[in-house]
Design a protein around this ligand. Structure first.
Ligand code: ADP
Length: 364
């Protein structure tokens, strides 16, 4: 690091340039001008201006002293005006830089709301704007991190409290051990297991670490096998599950495994939240998009809840979903997976009537 700051260095470099410029100019003038002057006098003498000869020394001295005072004044005025100008310029550049430095230091020490002010130097303004963009995104990340930790603590607390409560009562002899109690404990630990698994998936999907292999795929075989697999698990009183998908639909650009993961979640949810009626998996083409939808005739989601369904840990009815083992992460993962495949997922629903979850993928 240099021991001089930018402002001093800018100032002295300007002064140096001025001194060099003026010095060269003066040196050349001092060296060559008297010669030209003498040559000119000699020409005049040769042409017969006799008075010139007698005044020669006087003229040369006069010229020399005019030259000297000219040199002095050009140095004095030149250095002071350009020095002043250079100081002003250096100040103008370094002032916003100093402000920027202070702001970055504050930002680094955790004051994430700090932003760069606009300056009238376009390049510095550009830099300030890039910094502000970066600051916005870092602030968002920090905000999401805080939300995640608070959601997570909330989610972990309840199964842990239940498990601890039962274990304490069992050890005190306050309750007698029974298969139901153990089953309850197993269910709560399974919930914790599912939570950690879902969280791992979500963090991978959000950080973009999930490998996505996009290729031209025919989704028909995947849909038929999924519908068969889920139908096998259906009980007599379960809703019916069917597929409406034309076999000759075009190929989509997608990752089969990830699309399967999304569909398993959507169909699983539809089955979980539908008591009677039907669940229909549909596929159709709309211009350059392939749409897949999972429609159910289940409990539905209220209009005010709809905007939140894809947010992690969100559940319409926390206690009911807790009982059914939901973590509220499935749809957050599904949305991210669809986005990673350059598609979009949306929901339409009416309380008590049913829901439609649909997403589109690009066509080949
Ligand atoms: P979960 O593991 O809780 O199902 P999801 O992220 O998959 O997590 O779903 C979040 C919430 O959205 C659910 O808890 C439920 O309240 C609501 N939900 C999802 N799918 C449906 C559906 N098909 N019908 C009604 N509600 C649904």
């Amino acid at each position: 690091m240099s021991k001089f700051n930018l402002r001093t260095r800018l100032f002295f470099s300007h002064i140096l340039v001025i001194v060099l410029g003026l010095g060269t100019f003066v040196a050349i003038v001092k060296y060559s001008s008297p010669r030209f002057f003498i040559l000119r006098l000699e020409q005049l003498e040769r042409r017969g201006f006799l008075t010139v000869r007698s005044a020669r020394t006087y003229l040369i001295n006069g010229f020399q002293s005019a030259l000297n005072s000219g040199t002095f004044w050009s140095f004095a005025v030149g250095i002071s005006t350009s020095g002043g100008l250079s100081y002003w310029l250096a100040q103008r550049i370094t002032k916003p830089l100093n402000v920027m430095q202070q702001i970055t230091q504050k930002f680094a020490s955790g004051q994430l709301e700090e932003r760069m002010p606009a300056t009238d130097i376009p390049e510095l303004n550009e830099l300030a704007m890039s910094f502000n963009r970066m600051a916005n995104s870092l602030e968002g990340v920090e905000q999401r991190r805080r939300e995640l930790i608070s959601d997570l603590t909330h989610e972990l607390r309840s199964p842990l409290t239940v498990v601890r409560g039962y274990l304490e009562e069992l050890s005190d002899g306050a309750i007698a051990p029974s298969p139901e109690i153990y089953l309850r404990l197993v269910r709560e630990t399974k919930r914790l297991e599912r939570l950690t698994h879902d969280l791992q998936e979500l963090s991978k999907a959000e950080a973009g670490y999930l490998p996505i292999h996009l290729q031209s795929v025919n989704l028909y075989p995947l849909l038929t096998s999924l519908v068969e697999r889920f139908s096998d698990q259906l009980m007599e009183d379960s809703p019916t599950l069917r597929l409406e998908y034309a076999e000759n639909l075009p190929l989509a650009i997608a990752d089969l495994d990830r699309t399967e993961q999304v569909l398993v979640n959507l169909i699983g949810n539809a089955l979980r939240y539908t008591e009677t009626g039907s669940i229909t998996v549909k596929g159709w083409r709309d211009r350059d998009r392939l749409w897949i939808a999972v429609e159910d005739t289940g409990v539905g989601i209220s209009q005010q809840d709809l905007p939140f369904v894809f947010e992690r840990f969100w559940r319409a009815d926390r206690s009911r979903s807790r009982y059914s083992g939901g973590t509220g992460i499935g749809l957050a993962i599904a949305r991210r997976l669809i986005e990673l495949q350059n598609g979009k997922i949306e929901v339409e629903s009416e309380l008590g009537k049913g829901s439609i979850f649909r997403f589109h993928l690009p066509l080949v």
